[in-house]
Design a binder for this molecule. Structure first.
Ligand SMILES: [Fe+2]
Length: 315
């Protein structure tokens, strides 16, 4: 496998790059052609072995509620001891999504792929210097959805198999308020935020096919709808100095708001409390960045059971 991987990595993963993309990157939604879907890890038998090798703390196996239900109705399941092929069949025939997290930490292939991706982007986009790279994989059922939410780090979505519609919205009122953003950064708000169907009039909609990647501006809320086929996507996350400093300001503003002192998203002024909050926020940031996404969100209440209805039995 790694012999094949080495061959794929001899050439750029991002292809058909145009010079002017560097002016748009990170500022507007950008679609990039890439070769990620050519990687041997996505062959079903290799994928099955990767699933079996996933450490327990680095996956979510989720049974979403029926369409239109809240995230709180999602159930977390266990695939401990399951055959990778069975997990893939359950996703294909049932209604689940499997998220493998922090692949760059525990899989040598993805460690190399992640470095390669960011090395290429840093060459292509002058001044783009990143750290805290994180790579995940989402394997999801036909028709599965990811509800409207916003994320803290810089993000890209790489489509490997199937097609999905991605709706991307502006990172400002009314689509994302300062208070909502603070809540997300402080971890006091569910990632899920208020959504109204009319937001779609103002969304950028992209349909991702295998070999396409979408990158959008920091914190832009988004939601995803799979077409009627199994989807495999890869997500990459990164921080830059600017993102880290912005994190500190938003975090500090959130602390100030909680203390009854209002701040502004882009400037802290000269307030003494603001400075204290900013200093505190800076100290917290690395802890938060390290902790985020490292654990399963809620206890696992069912296990994969190929003989049970809906492939689920109680744990
Ligand atoms: Fe997201």
């Amino acid at each position: 496998m790694y012999h094949d991987l080495a061959l794929v990595l001899q050439h750029d993963l991002i292809v058909e790059w145009k010079e002017h993309y560097k002016e748009v990157f990170g500022k507007h939604t950008l679609l990039l052609k890439n070769r990620l879907h050519e990687l041997p890890v996505f062959l079903p038998e290799n994928l099955a072995r990767l699933i079996e090798a996933t450490p327990s703390e680095h996956y979510d196996f989720v049974r979403p509620g029926a369409i239109g239900t809240k995230k709180s109705q999602w159930l977390q399941g266990s695939i401990e001891g399951a055959k990778g092929e069975d997990v893939l069949r359950a996703v294909e025939e049932g209604r689940f999504w499997l998220s493998l997290r922090a692949l760059q930490e525990w899989d040598e292939g993805f460690r190399q792929i992640t470095s390669k991706i960011f090395d290429e982007l840093e060459v292509k986009v002058p001044g783009f210097e990143t750290f805290k790279h994180k790579t995940g994989m989402l394997i999801s059922s036909p028709g599965a959805q990811v509800y409207y939410h916003a994320d803290v780090p810089g993000q890209s979505l790489w489509q490997v198999k199937g097609h999905k519609d991605v709706y991307i919205y502006e990172n400002s009122d009314p689509f994302l308020s300062g208070e909502q953003l603070e809540g997300i950064f402080l971890g006091t708000t569910e990632e899920e935020i208020r959504f109204e169907p009319w937001y779609d009039e103002f969304a950028t909609k992209v349909t991702l096919s295998p070999g396409e990647m979408a990158h959008w501006p920091l914190n832009n809320p988004h939601r995803v709808e799979n077409h009627d086929e199994v989807n495999i996507s890869v997500t990459t996350e990164h921080f830059t100095k600017e993102i880290r400093d912005f994190y500190a300001i938003v975090y500090a503003n959130g602390l100030l708001r909680a203390a009854g002192i209002s701040g502004s998203r882009h400037s802290l002024g000269a307030m003494k409390y603001a400075k204290m909050a900013l200093a505190a926020a800076h100290k917290m940031i690395y802890k938060k960045m390290v902790r985020s996404g490292a654990t399963a969100k809620s206890p696992r209440s069912f296990k994969l059971d190929m003989a049970a209805p809906d492939f689920m039995s109680d744990l």
